[in-house]
Design a protein around this ligand. Structure first.
Ligand SMILES: NC(=O)C1=CN([C@@H]2O[C@H](COP(=O)(O)OP(=O)(O)OC[C@H]3O[C@@H](n4cnc5c(N)ncnc54)[C@H](O)[C@@H]3O)[C@@H](O)[C@H]2O)[C@@H](O)CC1
Ligand SMILES: [K+]
Length: 504
């Protein structure tokens, strides 16, 4: 699914108004109907509703919702934040209509008029939407804080008031919503970790915007959905043998971190690879052979860490390096040797990234088939400090193009930046995956997919989606609290079944 900017969404509204055609007031009526139906279905309309409206079209949505719910006998109180200016045409028209249904409309001119909100109350936040053009201050900021600090359930229309659709609102005042009802497509702001606590659950409602605009409009970012993964996932040939699915090589583990090698190896094998060899420190031999009998183990001459690259790299279709390898100087040499000698696709993760971050000229070291999988701290070590999540995404896109490699930025919605400028946010995954070893599992999956012949973009998009989906299945069974990284691997099978179902 494409992610549109606020401007693209505004143009989509206007395209629909001109080409359906439909009057803008009618489109607002449709927006309000979608929200009212959701509130009725979720039984929020049975509770005392406090609808807070600005005087723009977001406020117009709020007034139309109030009227529609009054016809369903809901208990509605409307508050309009008085700015002294006239409202938009659609706001004014909706206000006239609302007066015919209720006199329970209050104009808020100072904080003295703010209502006391209780636990059973439901607030509809229709103060400001995508028309936000500056951080909140003054009376509106006070109102947003008053509502956010109350025990009431808050449901924001389109965006939580104070949140910019396309730029950071870090350190700004913003409505803390329990739910955000938005329309047709995700806005970029919903996908950043720094905004997650303000958006609550996001619900995309269908309002019948014109499909031709969606088809014709190029989006800078997309969401990876089930159908994206399905389109990439290859069907296995019935007559295949293990030689058809590649031989992967993983450099993983050191003394005290053999577990990381076990986790990435198991995930690699469960991602469909034909053969796997793990190159690990000598101390890892027995644990690995015992825990992962399907893998071949090649031990380093050093007992505790990696000190030499594999003798014969040519046999392997793809290489993964990083999980649990540590930061020993000799291990850094292994990494440099590998980057010079290997011509096959490489996944670089964890300590491999930390070792790389002290090197100045990354573009001279990395060939074009690399996937880098940093979490925000590793990203910062590699590419410098950023002020917020929006900047981090932009930096990832720049670096992917500059280094000609794929960057998987692991986060709340993991982000994939490709060298051709394409960029994806993942839709699967949950906070239970913020647990030791879940990155090692991803490295294994990506290496396994590359070994099977998926290109770096395909492997990253499919692998990140499967990893998150397996994590969601694991959380459903184990809870986010109790799930561990091995559970993600255990549910990879279910994730593959889900993705391949419509592939047959
Ligand atoms: N036909 C349309 O354009 C549609 C618009 N819709 C709704 O309309 C919204 C956008 O409406 P508008 O463009 O009127 O914008 P808003 O309703 O978000 O707000 C616009 C007004 O707020 C002021 N403002 C901006 N930042 C402010 C701040 N920090 N403090 C105080 N005032 C501030 C602006 O100067 C402007 O007067 C969408 O989010 C959506 O909810 C929907 O009804 C769908 C159809
Ligand atoms: K809002």
């Amino acid at each position: 699914m494409k992610i549109f900017t606020a401007e693209q969404i505004r143009n989509w509204d206007w395209y629909t108004i001109a080409n359906e055609p439909i009057a803008s007031l009618q489109l607002m009526e449709r927006v309000a109907a979608a929200c009212s139906n959701w509130l009725l279905e979720q039984r929020y309309a049975q509770k005392p509703l406090h609808i807070f409206c600005g005087k723009g079209n977001n406020g117009g949505d709020g007034l139309a919702i109030a009227r529609q719910l009054l016809t369903q006998d809901a208990d509605v109180t409307v508050y309009i934040l008085e700015t002294g200016k006239k409202g938009t045409d659609d706001f004014q028209r909706n206000l006239e209509l609302l007066h015919k249904y209720t006199s329970n409309i209050h104009f808020l001119q100072s904080a003295d008029f703010f209502p006391i909100l209780q636990l059973q109350d439901v607030v509809i936040d229709a103060l400001l939407g995508t028309g936000l053009d500056r951080p909140l201050e003054g009376l509106i900021a006070e109102l947003v804080q008053h509502i956010s600090n109350s025990p009431a359930t808050v449901i924001s229309i389109d965006v939580p008031t104070g949140m910019f659709a396309d730029k950071s609102c870090k350190d700004c005042i913003c409505m803390r919503a329990d739910h955000t009802l938005s329309f047709e497509v995700y806005k970029q702001c919903f996908l950043y970790a720094e905004n997650a606590e303000y958006c609550g659950s996001i619900h995309l409602l269908h309002i019948g915007l014109h499909p031709a605009y969606y088809e014709a409009t190029i989006a800078a970012h997309q969401i990876i959905e089930s159908k994206t993964a399905q389109a990439i996932c290859k069907k296995r040939n019935a007559a295949a043998h293990k030689g058809n699915f590649g031989h992967a090589l993983l450099f993983a583990g050191s003394y005290g971190k053999t577990g990381a090698a076990v986790l990435s190896s198991k995930a690699c094998l469960r991602s469909g690879v034909g053969l796997l060899t793990v190159h690990t420190a000598k101390c890892g031999y027995i644990p690995l052979q015992t825990a992962v009998p399907e893998a071949m183990v090649e031990t380093d001459s050093n007992e505790q860490h990696l000190s030499a690259a594999s003798a014969d790299l040519l046999r392997y279709a793809a290489i993964g390096i990083g999980p649990g390898i540590g930061l020993h100087e000799e291990t850094a040499n292994v990494l440099m040797q590998l980057l010079q000698q290997a011509h096959q696709p490489i996944v670089l993760d964890a300590d491999a990234l930390n070792l790389l971050s002290i090197k100045k000229d990354l573009s001279a070291l990395l060939h074009t088939d690399c996937i880098l999988t940093p979490h925000p701290k590793e990203f910062e070590r590699l590419f410098g400090k950023v002020a917020n999540d929006f900047e981090r995404i932009e930096r990832a896109k720049e670096k992917a193009e500059e280094l000609n490699c794929v960057i998987v930025l692991k986060s709340h919605h993991s982000f994939i930046a490709c060298p051709d400028g394409n960029a994806w946010f993942n839709s699967t995954g949950n906070a239970g995956m913020a647990t030791a070893g879940s990155g090692d599992v991803l490295t294994g999956i990506l290496t396994g997919l590359l070994a099977q012949g998926y290109n770096t973009t395909e492997a990253a998009v499919l692998g990140v989606y499967l990893h998150g989906l397996a994590g969601d299945f694991a959380a459903a069974e184990q809870s986010q609290e109790a799930m561990i990284a091995s559970d993600i691997t255990a549910f990879l099978g279910k994730a593959f079944l889900h993705v391949s179902q419509t592939n047959v």
